[in-house]
Write a protein that binds this ligand. Structure first.
Ligand code: NAP
Length: 291
């Protein structure tokens, strides 16, 4: 193996510590702690685990976690009424509706009703538009975490060739927008891309967000490339990425492992976004680039 391992777990711990260190000053300025409301509808086991770990991480950095668990019989009207109540609640800085929602609920409509300035997941079309047009807003946590890891490893990304595989609204598209804003030359690949290895051969940066276990092969990569593996797949009860780690690690310059790479960054960025939302809403100054 030649690649360095990008330790997302350690980086995320550092980010959470920077967030925690800023909470007391916010409290001193406003008399309250930042609050993150998480809404879970139904009892999907994976979602229940995610919501529990988000609540725990929120409390650990000294912020308030407000968890709303609704039965899977909840109607669209009831869910929207809760979102509007949270929009109006001055103690709530961030609102997160855990996806996927049960099939009878319309997630798009629910996301549209979240106040964009409390949309710490960055999924509201207003925040997608802000990202696309270079206006400050909230960026989805997973691609934001990937950019932090890339800049930590590579510094200035200007002029680098980047290939993003996957074009979801949650990962691929915002990832491409973030890299473009940092002056990388970005190619966005997807299931209709012809000859994916052709694009990867030239890429200094590869971000794989596909959802197919160990799909990206080591011999597709440019030697020395930095590889960010967003994938979270289950194979024989084991968590695997979208990149064939062993093959890629013998070619790449650096690579994120799965688990322990991108995954821990997502919750840490959610806490960061909540802290930022609280400061913006209260008009308390914060050097956002320092976290
Ligand atoms: P998604 O919505 O299913 O999107 C997958 C994307 O991959 C689509 O754009 C699809 O192309 C593309 N794709 C599928 N097969 C392909 C192929 N053979 N070649 C090239 N592209 C292909 O998934 P997502 O929500 O973006 O998530 C992607 C992965 O990241 C999943 O494993 C997910 O579990 C993981 N994830 C991890 C985190 C984390 O915190 N670490 C957070 C979010 C997601 P089309 O658009 O053409 O269909």
């Amino acid at each position: 193996m030649t690649a360095q391992i990008i330790d997302g777990k350690a980086f995320a711990a550092g980010l959470r510590a920077r967030v925690a260190a800023l909470v007391p000053a916010f409290h001193a300025a406003t008399g309250r702690t930042p609050g993150l409301a998480v809404v879970l509808v139904g009892e999907d086991p994976a979602s229940t685990v995610y919501v529990r770990s988000k609540g725990k991480a929120t409390r650990e950095v000294g912020m308030e976690s407000l968890e709303h668990r609704l039965p899977d019989t909840t109607t669209q009207g009831e869910l929207i009424a809760l979102v509007e109540q949270l929009n109006d609640d001055p103690t709530v800085d961030g609102i997160l509706v855990q996806l996927p929602l049960p099939a009878h609920l319309d997630a798009q409509e629910v996301l549209l009703r979240i106040d964009p300035d409390k949309d710490v997941d960055g999924f509201h079309p207003i925040n997608a538009g802000r990202l696309a047009t270079g206006v400050s807003g909230f960026v989805p946590c997973t691609p934001w975490g990937c950019v932090m890891l890339l800049e930590d490893r590579l510094g200035d990304l200007s002029g680098l060739d980047a290939v993003v595989i996957g074009r979801s609204n949650i990962v691929g598209k915002p990832m491409a927008a973030l890299l473009t804003a940092r002056n990388a030359t970005v190619t966005l690949c997807h299931s209709r891309t012809r000859n994916l290895p052709h694009y990867l051969r030239h890429a200094d940066i590869v971000v794989a967000a596909i959802g197919r276990s160990r799909f990206v092969q080591g011999d597709w990569l440019k030697p020395g490339a930095t590889v960010i593996d967003v994938g979270m797949n289950r194979e024989d009860g084991r968590l695997t990425g979208d990149v064939d780690f062993d093959g890629a690690a013998s070619v790449a310059g650096a690579i994120t492992p799965v688990p322990g790479g991108v995954g821990p960054m997502t919750i840490a960025c959610l806490l960061r976004n909540t802290l930022v939302a609280a400061h913006r809403r209260e008009g308390v100054p914060l050097d956002e680039r320092s976290i």
